[in-house]
Design a protein around this ligand. Structure first.
Ligand SMILES: [Zn+2]
Length: 292
């Protein structure tokens, strides 16, 4: 009995020692493995799931600490499309822009009058003060008288015609005079060649103050008369034909004294659309220079 107990006890001791040896052996193998490869650190370092748990998307982050790198834009209500300015029923082809007798004829450096010797059919002496050439087509003559009267009534002072209708032959002399004084290049910026001038249509007019001040000079635009005309001529069917910012379109320098009668339908439509040149209104090419 004692022997069995002793043998049984001895088997127990062996088992315990074996288990201890196995345990120690495993630990030793792990230690040797780590010292040789360094893999232990990676084995105990944070796993990818641990890394993910430290990322901004971690579920343990509180919402108020989460940055919002791409804020969602607030949808804006789509505004209702506004109608284009001007009269939708306006017929821009109502009158010819080619016929020199048309109210809407467009003459510039690329659009000579045809025929070149055109003479307007209804020239009259405008019933207003003038310096020279007081002839305008009848509708323009009526309108300029109304315009001068309104300017005086509204406190802009008195005005007069500096120059209105010029025939082809007169334009030959006027343009030739410019060329002889300042050379052709400068003349072409300030005076139309014969056959290209609005003055020949009977619808163009140079206006100055009365008494005369800043005639045919840029400073006319700063006189009471010039400022009033720039803001009000459209009411009477006239447009400032050569605006300061449209030299590249019209081919002429700023001429605050030169107005063109087009009738109130067109002058009002141009104003409402914010278009200041006939070239742009009718979709014509800019005419900075003569073709030849
Ligand atoms: Zn002029």
């Amino acid at each position: 009995m004692h022997d069995r107990v002793t043998r049984r006890a001895a088997r127990g001791v062996v088992a315990v020692l074996t288990a201890a040896a196995v345990s120690l052996g495993l630990s030793a193998c792990q230690s040797d493995f780590l010292s040789a490869t360094g893999e232990w650190r990676s084995a105990v370092s944070p796993s990818p799931s641990h890394s993910a748990s430290a990322s901004p998307e971690a579920p343990d982050k509180t919402p108020d600490q989460t940055p919002d790198p791409t804020p969602v834009p607030t949808p804006k209500p789509t505004p209702a499309p506004s109608p284009p300015p001007g009269d939708p029923a306006f017929d821009s082809s109502r009158y010819s822009i080619d016929d020199p007798a048309s109210l809407w004829v467009v003459a510039n450096k690329l659009r000579p009058l045809s025929p070149a010797l055109f003479v307007p059919p209804d020239l009259v002496v405008a019933g207003v003060p003038f310096i020279s050439n007081p002839y305008l087509r009848s509708d323009a003559a009526i309108a300029i008288a109304e315009m001068f009267a309104a300017a005086a009534a509204e406190g802009a002072g008195a005005m007069q015609i500096q120059n209105a209708y010029r025939s082809y032959d007169t334009q030959v002399r006027v343009y030739g005079g410019w060329v002889s004084r300042v050379g052709q290049a400068t003349a072409d910026a300030q005076s139309a060649r014969p056959g290209h001038s609005e003055h020949q249509t009977g619808l163009g007019v140079d206006i100055t103050s009365l008494p005369e001040r800043c005639s045919i000079e840029e400073c006319f635009g700063e006189t009471a008369q010039g400022a009033w005309l720039a803001g009000n001529a459209w009411r009477f069917g006239f447009i400032l034909r050569y605006p300061a910012d449209k030299t590249a379109v019209t081919g002429f320098i700023y001429e605050p004294w030169h107005f063109r009668f087009v009738g109130t339908d067109l002058s009002t439509e141009m104003r409402e659309r914010g278009i200041t040149t006939l070239e742009e209104f009718f979709g014509l090419p800019a005419a900075p220079n003569y073709a030849g």
